[in-house]
Design a protein around this ligand. Structure first.
Ligand code: HEC
Ligand code: HEC
Ligand code: HEC
Ligand code: HEC
Ligand code: HEC
Ligand code: HEC
Ligand code: HEC
Length: 376
């Protein structure tokens, strides 16, 4: 008796499915970092905050911890203290039309002519590398944490100007004149990308228990299990998953906060859309250097130390470019500029999104404007 062909097809499909499934199971899971870390399963509140802070890593990785604490990731969020209050109160500004910050008893307050009482400021978002935005939090009628993202931000080296996206606020009255009022979900999302632990119940953030900064466990999930195992003399490898990620998985893991290419509508991903320059992984994912990589691996770590600041040395980046485009294996070399020039000025320039705020365009490409004979 002959087996009907569709049965054969079915059997083959089943065998393939089993092979595929076992391959999937054998593969380590890609690192996916949730937008908001509200807790770590199976740990008490105290254990959670220890696990989320870098103190559980310092014993064995003291050098990494020290470097990370001083880096922008270690300083993405800060509670207002005397130093921060002085920073805000003494910052230069052109006029007081948008209001001003004052320092009182080591706290910061915001004063505005259209408001009766001064507003206390509880948090500063941003490390100050680019900007720091003051934030006022309170509870809405349902007891959920909401916040005001102030319309005035601090910019280096030390002045106040409009916060990105809040320029239109000044024409309004009351609280809305002071900045953007954010709902409970948005409030939690802000903390989610700028903190390592955001304990919350029924929408109310336990602000005293927030672990500030993008800490070790944000990028090494399960790091606390590794720490415990290592302390007991084990050889747990759970903290070392980055090495096993494909380049796309790797840039998307950074993109959980820096934004992923697959989170944007495809029609928004265009070279002329300057709004996307802020989202490094989105631009990088479009670059031929990334999509056509083969022998030389290319992801964020090609140019950035995840535990440190961006180098801000054009020579360091050029070294990376030349590392791939200078050697004989590169099929393409710059026909316009010598290998000793600063590659970023033409292929990866900084783009100003508003006065005082610019981002590096990570979409590495040939820009018509940099050709000496446009239109050729
Ligand atoms: C008791 C010592 C100890 C503690 C505590 C500890 N580690 Fe480690 N860690 C090690 C040792 C030893 C290695 C290298 C051994 C290895 O690669 O297996 C390592 C390796 C690593 C690696 C690299 C793994 C790889 O495959 O390259 C990462 C990432 C890491 N640790 C993160 C952390 C984080 C995050 C914490 C804190 C939550 C932490 N460690 C706490 C001892 C420790
Ligand atoms: C949990 C969220 C989060 C994740 C995950 C994350 N980042 Fe960041 N990153 C931030 C925030 C927030 C800032 C802004 C810090 C500031 O205010 O200057 C930042 C800043 C940076 C900067 C700028 C540093 C500077 O000197 O100005 C670089 C570079 C960077 N991240 C690279 C990475 C890379 C590479 C990865 C993946 C390995 C990554 N980030 C993963 C949240 C994250
Ligand atoms: C999806 C993750 C994410 C969310 C949500 C988020 N941020 Fe950020 N934030 C980042 C990253 C990544 C950076 C660094 C790169 C950049 O500027 O986009 C950053 C940078 C900043 C900076 C430094 C200035 C700058 O633009 O580089 C400030 C201030 C800031 N965020 C405030 C906020 C506030 C306020 C909210 C809520 C309205 C918020 N962030 C929500 C990820 C996030
Ligand atoms: C922004 C994400 C990010 C944060 C935050 C972060 N790491 Fe890492 N870490 C990485 C990545 C990515 C690698 C892999 C580096 C590579 O392969 O070049 C890594 C590698 C390591 C390694 C092994 C190689 C090395 O550089 O020694 C150790 C140990 C480590 N991290 C510990 C820590 C500790 C401890 C903290 C907190 C103080 C921390 N990491 C915070 C992303 C991060
Ligand atoms: C890890 C290796 C690697 C690094 C690092 C690298 N590239 Fe590339 N780049 C490539 C590959 C691969 C291609 C595609 C080559 C091809 O099409 O044959 C490419 C293509 C290009 C192109 C052509 C783009 C297009 O759309 O046709 C330019 C321009 C370029 N790279 C510039 C740079 C610059 C500038 C840097 C440094 C900021 C850099 N690359 C870093 C590997 C790299
Ligand atoms: C080819 C090199 C290269 C790669 C790859 C790269 N960057 Fe950058 N990045 C730069 C340069 C150059 C700057 C400007 C600062 C400097 O010179 O160090 C920068 C700056 C940044 C900044 C600071 C804000 C800004 O826009 O200037 C962030 C955040 C950042 N990169 C995130 C990332 C992330 C996330 C990835 C991976 C998706 C990544 N970068 C991959 C070269 C690179
Ligand atoms: C003055 C601006 C400028 C600088 C600086 C510059 N480039 Fe270019 N690059 C161009 C232009 C314009 C083209 C397109 C040339 C053409 O189509 O003939 C190009 C093309 C390329 C290409 C693609 C070549 C091809 O076959 O299509 C690569 C790769 C490249 N550049 C890499 C680099 C690297 C690496 C550096 C730094 C060492 C660099 N460029 C510096 C303007 C520049």
């Amino acid at each position: 008796m002959r087996t009907p062909s569709h049965v054969v097809v079915l059997l083959v499909a089943m065998v393939l499915a089993v092979v595929a499934a076992s391959w999937l199971v054998a593969r380590p899971p890609a690192i996916v970092m949730p937008g908001i870390v509200t807790g770590i399963p199976g740990l008490s509140a105290h254990e959670r905050s220890t696990a989320a802070s870098d103190s559980s890593c310092i014993e064995c990785h003291g050098d990494v911890v020290a470097k990370h604490r001083a880096s922008p990731h270690g300083r993405t969020l800060a509670r207002i203290d005397a130093g921060a209050a002085t920073t805000l109160a003494t910052a230069r500004r052109d006029d007081d039309a948008l209001g001003r910050f004052i320092e009182r008893d080591s706290s910061a307050w915001f004063e505005h002519t259209q408001r009766v009482a001064p507003l206390p400021v509880q948090w500063l978002f941003g490390s100050g590398m680019q900007a720091r935005t003051p934030v006022t939090t309170w509870l809405d009628p349902d007891g959920r944490t909401v916040m005001l993202e102030h319309a005035l931000s601090w910019y280096p080296p030390g002045f106040l100007d409009a916060t990105l996206g809040t320029e239109a606020m000044q024409s309004r009255g009351g609280l809305a004149a002071c900045g953007k009022l954010l709902d409970p979900e948005t409030t939690r999302a802000c903390f989610g990308c700028h903190a390592s632990l955001v304990p919350a119940r029924d929408g109310r953030i336990d602000e005293g228990a927030v672990v500030v900064g993008v800490g070790c466990v944000r990028c090494h999930p399960g790091g606390h299990l590794h720490a415990t195992a290592m302390t007991r003399g084990g050889t747990d490898q759970a903290a070392g998953e980055w090495k096993r990620l494909s380049p796309l998985e790797s840039i998307r893991a950074c993109g959980e906060c820096h934004r992923r290419d697959d989170q944007l509508p495809p029609e928004d991903i265009r070279p002329d859309n300057t709004l996307i320059v802020r989202f490094a992984p989105v631009g990088l994912a479009q670059s031929a250097c990334f999509t056509r990589q083969s022998d030389h691996r290319f992801d964020c770590l090609t140019c950035h130390d995840p535990h440190g600041a961006a180098t801000r040395r054009a020579a360091a980046t050029t070294e990376r470019c030349v590392g791939c485009h200078g050697d004989a294996s590169s099929s393409r070399k710059c026909s316009s500029a010598p290998l000793t020039s600063d590659c970023t000025t033409c292929h990866m320039p900084a783009v100003e999104v508003q006065p005082h705020l610019s981002f590096t365009d990570h979409w590495i490409r040939i820009r018509p404007a940099t050709r000496s004979h446009p239109g050729e």
